[in-house]
Design a protein around this ligand. Structure first.
Ligand code: ISE
Length: 334
């Protein structure tokens, strides 16, 4: 039987997930598209042939004709809706972050542990991007020797909303790096510091962070939400024996007028096209088999990203290096 999926949130990411469910997840069907704005829900539902539309997410999660849920509504709704899915006994692929608050992440972890089963897969899709997969392999096969440092750049053309802040660069954008770097290195962070250069205008300036892992490795992350020229993510992992860098991803380059031109993606949906599809198919297997995908982010990983972000926000405000203080990992997430 088909796995009937509800997509909650019909914004940029909700629309993308609805499309992936409808066209590229064999074994899944798009049952409901839910959005506070029913007109917006209807548009996405019609574009991808959903069976129904709705505007109340809790009611959608409870429906008997919904087997699994994808949450792509605003950040502050992620944890409450994940909790509703756990209580309804339905698997959920929840967009990142699990919550901007680590305390709220703990309450979702608590709920999963009480039920004694994992229900929440987090949408940290970079774990499924082939460049990070190969970096992780380079460590695991011993090719790199001991990993020493990882350099990361994360640039967007411009901030999505005019009220985007430096703190949001840390709580909304940087969690991708926080998650994928600790996944690749297989460690946790101990300290974080954060700095911002001055811009000439009122736009959010880049945030530059330095993290130290508990194993004594260094990680730097530049988040530039107003890079102007394109969506550009780079990383280099430096080991004692070798170094591995992400390649620029492009199918063509154009040669004309005594020059070479290669285009940038406008945003993450194209750069991570394959990663989203791998991630969503892994979610479908999770729904089918009850086995949590080996590569995916769990609530524990969501908690780790949230604690790191909170420490980063404090570090940025104080100008001081700040401890990343996590609870010890519950056996349940081992
Ligand atoms: C956004 O929320 C994302 O998830 C994108 O992947 C990221 O590039 C962007 O900076 C974030 O704000």
């Amino acid at each position: 039987p088909m796995v009937r999926i509800a997509v909650i949130g019909a914004g940029l990411m909700g629309a993308d997930h609805a499309k992936i469910v409808a066209e590229e997840m064999p074994g899944a069907s798009l049952q409901v598209v839910c959005d506070m704005d029913e007109v917006r829900a209807r548009k996405v539902a019609d574009a991808h042939g959903a069976a129904d539309v709705a505007s109340n997410p809790e009611a959608v999660i409870a429906r008997a004709d919904v087997d699994a849920v994808i949450v792509a509504s605003p950040d502050f709704t992620h944890a409450p809706l994940s909790l509703a899915c756990i209580n309804a006994g339905k698997k959920v692929l929840c967009e990142k972050p699990l919550s901007p608050s680590s305390a709220e992440c703990l309450s979702v972890m608590q709920a999963e542990q009480e039920v004694g089963q994992k229900f929440v897969q987090l949408g940290f899709m970079r774990r499924y991007d082939q460049s990070y997969v190969e970096m992780k392999e380079a460590i695991e096969t011993g090719t790199l020797g001991r990993a020493l440092m990882m350099h990361n750049f994360h640039r967007n053309v411009e901030t999505p909303a005019s009220d985007f802040t430096g703190a949001m660069a840390i709580t909304n954008s940087a969690p991708h790096e926080f998650d994928v770097v600790r996944h690749v290195l297989g460690t946790e962070y101990a300290w974080i510091s954060a700095f911002q250069p001055k811009r000439s205008d009122r736009r959010v300036a880049p945030v530059f962070m330095v993290l130290e892992t508990v194993d004594g490795q260094l990680v730097n992350i530049e988040i530039n939400n107003n890079a102007a020229y394109g969506y550009d993510v780079r990383a280099e992992l430096v080991g004692e024996q070798a170094s591995i860098s992400m390649n620029y991803v492009a199918y063509t380059h154009l040669e004309r007028s005594l020059g070479v031109h290669t285009g940038y993606d406008a945003d993450w949906r194209t750069r991570y096209f394959d990663a989203y599809r791998r991630q969503n198919r892994a979610f479908l297997r999770f729904v089918d088999t009850d086995v949590f995908p080996e590569t995916a982010s769990s609530c524990w990983d969501g908690y780790a990203a949230a604690v790191t972000a909170e420490a980063g926000v404090t570090a940025l405000a104080s100008g001081q290096k700040h401890r990343v203080a996590m609870i010890s990992k519950p056996e349940f997430y081992a």
